[in-house]
Design a protein around this ligand. Structure first.
Ligand code: GDP
Length: 542
């Protein structure tokens, strides 16, 4: 990939409520992009089928913070965004470096609380989005209801660009409302074969109606389309695609698609839509919303893509194949293996030993990487998550990410003296990777405490200590030390925010309630453990 191909890059995240099908959708995307399928192409060799079944059984899992794949000569970098509320902060750091996102919804459950949370976070960073209504094969799947909920709960500017053909068990294809064609995904081909046909007769009128509605909607954002419609001229497919691309990128219009990842239906058209409607790094440009300063704290202009190197380290991780790496989103210039870059926060030079592109099943070593790319770099020593890397003689700083205070702790202790030795260095490394995690000694008891954003978060830390770092530990019960986060439906909590924001007195307990915009929850501080909080307070937020 060279710098003049920046327009062929899509840096996207896939975000969803837990269980909506984010993992399955991502796996299918990696699967279809790993093989060179073209729409309409038929694969019927047994070798291919065996390979596919094996792959399906094994499942391709995202093993990396960013995974690179290719679709129709475009590069798609998928940046991992966890779905569980404990990792909302991880979502935040991903959102900061991606250019577009796909929101995955469950066609039965519609818009769920965590979808609202991630949606609000994506709004904060003005990330252009597509919505994929997954699980159309499930009993009770209701596409129209889901589209309505997206409009009502998330975004008024949303419209379907597809219609499902069949429903629940008999869901077998989609109508593309822009091309006005029916796309079928024959079950026996595991999605490797796609049939494009005319829209079934009984659906033509209905689809025409939805198409007119879509064009009406879009014409609000595009003058060419408005003029054509006013002059009674038929917009071409190219006219509509151009208008939709503009509306999605500039006006955060949400194009809604549907399918069933599990049943291999709808993934290829979703990939086409990612390429057609989500922004390239240059489209996104200024919309990124980073404030950029020099080390003297004066605001400076964003460097052009072909100027000096600048980028953000957005995740530090231990990769099973290549070891400790820092994931970097390059905003301008280029990175070369062996080169030294500058970290203006730490005031340190960092040497790039190796640059990798991470794929689903392999890592490719690169000699250089360019603006728009997302790569993993080996060799950094002092850089932590969120810090800018740049050129020493023109230092700039992209605004730092803020990390909220931890809300829960557990006591841990090493099993043996040998474990004791490894424990602190391992915790230090974990803290470097994950700034929403920390550890300290309890002053009163002398116990070592690990602190994080939720029970699951700490469970994973404890698990990693044992499995990845081979440290034998005993883990105590989770304790809410003096700060607790309670999550529930964002709607309920919004009411709760309004009623209770500020300091609230319950008997002799004063509780400070503060709206927390990074998760659909309420952060509150109290001088007493949660167990002793007044029942009516607990009831109010449950
Ligand atoms: P995540 O938590 O959002 O990553 O969701 P997963 O991808 O792990 O999916 C959650 C569950 O839903 C799993 O049991 C999947 O097999 C199932 N699932 C995912 N996609 C579909 C689908 O399209 N249809 C049906 N019926 N189940 C699905």
């Amino acid at each position: 990939m060279s710098s003049n191909q920046i327009d062929k890059i899509r840096n996207i995240g896939i975000m969803a409520h837990i269980d909506a099908g984010k993992t399955t959708t991502t796996e299918r995307i990696l699967y279809y992009t790993g093989k060179s399928h073209k729409i309409g192409e038929v694969h019927n060799g047994t070798a291919t089928m065996d390979w596919m079944i094996q792959e399906q059984e094994r499942g391709i899992t995202i093993t990396s913070a960013a995974t690179t794949c290719r679709w129709n000569n475009q590069v798609i970098n998928i940046i991992d965004t966890p779905g569980h509320v404990d990792f909302t902060i991880e979502v935040e750091r991903s959102l900061r470096v991606l250019d577009g996102a796909v929101g995955v919804f469950d066609a039965v459950s519609g818009v769920e609380p965590q979808s609202e949370t991630v949606w609000a976070q994506a709004d904060k960073y003005k990330v252009p989005r597509l919505a994929f209504v997954n699980k159309m094969d499930r009993m009770g799947a209701d596409f129209d209801n889901c589209v309505n909920e997206i409009r009502e709960k998330l975004d008024k500017k949303a419209a379907a660009i597809q219609r499902p053909i069949g429903s629940e068990e008999s869901f077998n294809g989609i109508v593309d409302l822009i091309e006005m064609k029916a796309i079928y995904f024959p079950a026996e081909s595991l999605g490797s074969k796609i049939d494009i046909k005319d829209i079934p007769e009984d659906l033509v009128d209905e689809c025409q109606m939805y198409r007119d509605e879509l064009l009406d909607n879009l014409s609000e954002y595009d003058e060419t389309l408005t003029d054509l419609i006013l002059n009674d001229e038929k917009p071409t497919v190219a006219n509509i695609k151009a208008a939709l691309r503009k509306a999605v990128i500039k006006d955060n219009f949400i194009a809604v698609l549907c399918g069933s990842a599990f049943k291999n239906k709808g993934i290829q058209p979703l990939l086409d839509a990612v390429v057609d409607y989500l922004p390239s790094p240059t489209d996104r440009g200024e919309l990124h919303g980073h404030s950029i300063k020099n080390p003297e704290n004066t605001e400076v202009r964003r460097p052009e893509v072909d100027e000096m190197f600048s980028g953000i380290a957005f995740k530090i991780a231990t990769d099973p194949f290549v070891g400790s790496v820092t994931f970097v989103r390059i905003y301008s210039g280029k990175l070369e293996s062996g080169q030294t870059v500058y970290n203006p926060i730490k005031k340190k030079r960092e040497r790039i030993n190796k640059i990798f592109q991470m794929h689903a099943d392999k890592r490719t070593e690169l000699q250089e990487a360019f603006a728009g790319d997302i790569v993993a770099v080996a060799g950094f020593k002092d850089t932590t998550t969120g810090e800018t890397l740049c050129t020493e003689n023109k230092p700039i700083i992209y605004d730092l990410m803020e990390f909220p205070e931890t809300v829960i702790s557990v006591a841990i202790e090493a099993k043996t003296a040998a474990d004791e030795k490894k424990l602190l260095t391992s915790l230090e490394q974990l803290k470097n990777e994950d700034p929403s995690f920390t550890f300290k000694n309890n002053q009163e008891t002398g116990q070592l405490l690990i602190l994080g954003m939720g029970e699951l978060h700490l469970e994973i830390i404890a698990d990693r200590l044992q499995r990845e770092f081979n440290v034998g530990i005993r883990v105590g019960k989770p304790q809410v030390s003096y700060r607790e986060s309670i999550s529930g439906s964002a709607t309920e909590n919004n009411i709760f925010h309004k009623e209770l924001a500020g300091k609230v007195q319950f008997g002799d307990v004063t509780i400070k309630v503060e709206p927390a915009d990074y998760q659909a929850g309420v952060q509150f501080e109290s001088s007493v453990p949660t167990k002793q909080l007044p029942q009516n307070f607990i009831d109010a937020i449950k």
